[in-house]
Design a protein around this ligand. Structure first.
Ligand SMILES: *[C@@H]1O[C@H](CO)[C@@H](O)[C@H](O)[C@H]1NC(C)=O
Ligand SMILES: *[C@@H]1O[C@H](CO)[C@@H](O)[C@H](O)[C@H]1NC(C)=O
Ligand SMILES: *[C@@H]1O[C@H](CO)[C@@H](O)[C@H](O)[C@H]1NC(C)=O
Length: 208
């Protein structure tokens, strides 16, 4: 990835280049994260079956609009917030997707065929989060968030009945879990550089 960035820098604009280099060089994913994330990735490879085929056609659930968290959101945020730390985005990724998985589980009756799968997905997600928290000094998590990110955070943790109707969106479980997966490949690129899908992360950086 650094070679790619270097090329972007040589060919492109020095400003974007610095913007890109800084977070990448400053916040590499701790190697200990890769094991739980790869375990999560193994589960995610079955998502078509459990998040789509087991549901009625066009089935969707109600989520905060901020829970639709895609690569394009990250690119936009990087443009908007100068020097946005990759670590902040990783924290946001955990916060958003914890809510997403909880909402999917909530609509699944005890004996639904996707229930055990989703419960395991959530367990593996939590394992990864545990390692994430333990592999950084505690101060990192007390640091003030950039305003844009703090606003998203506040809205995600708002009491559901205080969230205005216009803030909700409908999304299919499969699309939400796809977002979780694609953003994971890029935000934890160090662990997934061998994965074919992480090629998309080139666009994610070049788009900037
Ligand atoms: C992640 O899962 C995909 C299949 O969904 C696989 O192609 C890829 O190799 C996996 N990556 C890692 C690093 O385990
Ligand atoms: C599902 O959604 C698609 C696209 O919005 C629509 O064309 C299709 O008719 C819908 N199918 C059903 C069964 O509602
Ligand atoms: C991502 O972008 C969509 C619109 O494309 C927006 O509704 C959503 O709130 C954004 N998510 C975040 C976390 O900002």
């Amino acid at each position: 990835r650094n070679i790619l960035l270097l090329e972007t820098c040589l060919l492109g604009n020095l400003f974007y280049c610095l913007l890109l280099m800084a977070p990448v060089l400053m916040a590499p994913t701790p190697p200990s994260m890769c094991t739980p994330l790869k375990t999560l990735n193994d589960s995610l490879s079955h998502r078509r079956r459990f998040m789509k085929h087991n549901f009625p056609i066009n089935y969707s659930i109600r989520v905060h609009h901020q829970e639709i968290f895609k690569l394009s959101n990250i690119s936009k945020m990087k443009l908007k917030v100068e020097g946005l730390d990759e670590l902040v985005l990783q924290r946001l990724w955990f916060q958003v997707n914890q809510g997403v998985l909880k909402k999917i589980i909530r609509v699944l009756p005890e004996r639904h065929p996707s229930r055990p799968y989703t419960a395991e997905l959530e367990r593996r997600f939590r394992d990864a989060e545990g390692v994430f928290v333990h592999s950084h000094p505690a101060e990192v998590f007390q640091q003030e968030l950039p305003e844009t990110v703090q606003d998203i955070w506040d809205q995600l943790t708002e009491e559901p009945d205080r969230v205005p109707e216009s803030s909700w969106r409908l999304a299919s479980p499969k699309s939400l879990v796809d977002n979780l997966c694609h953003t994971m490949y890029c935000l934890f690129w160090d662990c997934f550089s061998s994965t074919e899908a992480s090629q998309d992360c080139e666009f994610y950086t070049e788009d900037l």
